[in-house]
Design a protein around this ligand. Structure first.
Ligand code: SF4
Length: 447
């Protein structure tokens, strides 16, 4: 019997990438084939993101495109991820070609849901919770990279920042058992992966029901114990993202100091440099609390790269309050910054506030922030010229066939002369040039 081919298309964050990997593994195990394009598939599943309006609209537009492109042999279209969870039944009305709606807790049940859709049982929807705390295995071939693997450690969020939809789309925080995480990292190491990234909305809010697997490790919080436990597996590189500022304990920096394989990069989203706006966002910390954490990172033995997120144009943000964010940038000197223009997400408390910053003013603030960040970033990147950095080679550079590309342990993109055979190797590279977002170098030695 010919197997049904499924094409999975993923929008959004690393959690969505990890969910798609899990879905692909479950589908394979249940006898489905995975297709390389929507045209070659009988079933197309769009894994959606709702954090920003643009991402949501992009996914909905994509559904329309798929249908228009195949008027005579329309595939079964399924929607999974955050938009599926939030919109539920409404998706059948707003996008009538959708036949299957798969909530964020239903990833493990995708094969059964697709079978029901194939049997022609009308519209199929599952917005139920995850049935188990444990995660199914992901086959190495379903991972997004052969060398870097995402390992979810916590799902959902309890913080309820007033602008954010995640606690509604992903539910409350659920931490994965530590022994299962450590087991997965060991398996990945045996399969040849060279880097893992522990992922979650707020990794440092990690609180498993029991500390089985962490007994032998010291740490001020379960997360810093987990970092030490994962480092002890011998995985060559360990990164983690995202960290929530209020829960960022200085012991995390200590763990990085103690373990070479914990990479020197921390992503710590600040969102605003003004206390009133932080309160209105319900972030749970003040600017001075944030700076204390930044100082802990900056005082580490190794230089730890620090990146952040900022939202500009939150309802009520005055010019003076915006200037506080500019000032914070000068103070923190981030290695990288994601700047977002505020956009109201339906169903969040902030959506009830009247917007006071119009689009052109948001653009002006965005550009001012970007200009300052570029000046800071340029200097940080320039200062690296002449230094030696450790790089995991990921493959050939898209820009030049003679070059390979990878990320440094401080999470910067770097390109250098080398053959594709270096992919998966960790090499020492001398930095010879810099741009605002990437470095250039030459291999010194293969580690
Ligand atoms: S911490 Fe705030 S911004 Fe981050 S996912 Fe939770 S609610 Fe959203």
């Amino acid at each position: 019997m010919k197997k049904t081919r499924v094409y999975l298309e993923t929008f959004g964050c690393q959690m969505n990438v990890a969910d798609s990997e899990r879905a692909a593994s479950a589908l394979h195990a249940a006898g489905f084939d995975l297709a390389d394009s929507s045209e070659a598939a009988e079933v197309v599943i769009i894994n959606t993101c709702s954090v920003r309006e643009k991402a949501e609209q992009k996914a909905i537009r994509r559904i329309g495109d798929i249908n228009r492109g195949r008027p005579d042999d329309a595939p079964i279209i399924g929607v999974m991820g955050c938009v599926a969870q939030l919109e539920g039944e409404l998706l059948f009305e707003s996008a009538p070609s959708v036949r299957v709606v798969i909530g964020t807790g239903a990833t493990e049940r995708i094969p059964q849901l697709l079978r029901r859709a194939e049997e022609g049982l009308g519209r199929v929807i599952d917005l139920g919770e995850r049935r188990s705390e444990t995660f199914e295995d992901i086959a190495p071939s379903e991972r997004h990279s052969k060398h870097v693997a995402f390992v979810p450690i916590i799902e959902g969020c309890n913080k309820f920042c007033t602008y954010c939809i995640v606690p509604y789309s992903r539910g409350r925080e659920r931490s994965r058992p530590a022994n299962e995480i450590i087991g997965e990292v060991r398996k990945l190491l045996a399969q040849g992966f060279r880097e893992i990234q522990l992922i979650g909305q707020n990794v440092n809010s990690y609180r498993p029901k029991s500390e089985v697997g962490l007994e032998k490790f010291s740490g001020a919080t379960p997360f810093s114990k987990l970092l030490r436990a994962v480092a002890s597996t011998g995985m060559p590189r360990v990164k983690f993202t995202t960290s929530f500022p209020r829960d960022f304990h200085a012991d995390i920096v200590k763990a990085i100091d103690e373990n070479e394989n914990l990479c020197n990069w921390v992503h710590l989203p600040v969102q605003s440099g003004n206390d009133r706006i932080l309160r209105a966002m319900r972030r749970g910390y003040r600017v001075e609390d944030y700076i204390r954490r930044v100082d802990a990172v900056k005082n580490a033995r190794r230089r730890i790269a620090l990146t952040s997120d900022v939202i500009i144009g939150f309802p009520g943000e005055s010019e003076e309050e915006f200037k506080d964010t500019l000032q914070l940038l000068e103070r923190c000197r981030f290695d990288g910054l994601y700047i977002f223009k505020y956009s109201a997400r339906r169903g969040t408390p902030a959506a009830k506030l009247s917007e006071t910053v119009d689009e052109s003013e948001k653009t002006r603030r965005f550009l001012a922030l970007e200009e300052l960040q570029m000046t800071i970033q340029r200097k940080i990147y320039d200062d690296l010229v002449g230094a030696y950095v450790e790089v995991l080679v990921e493959g050939q550079s898209a820009r030049s066939a003679a070059d390979v590309t990878g990320h440094t342990s401080c999470n910067k993109v770097i390109n250098f002369r080398g053959s594709p055979g270096l992919a998966g190797k960790i090499v020492n590279v001398r930095v010879t040039g810099s741009k605002s977002h990437s470095l250039y170098g030459e291999v010194s030695n293969v580690l």
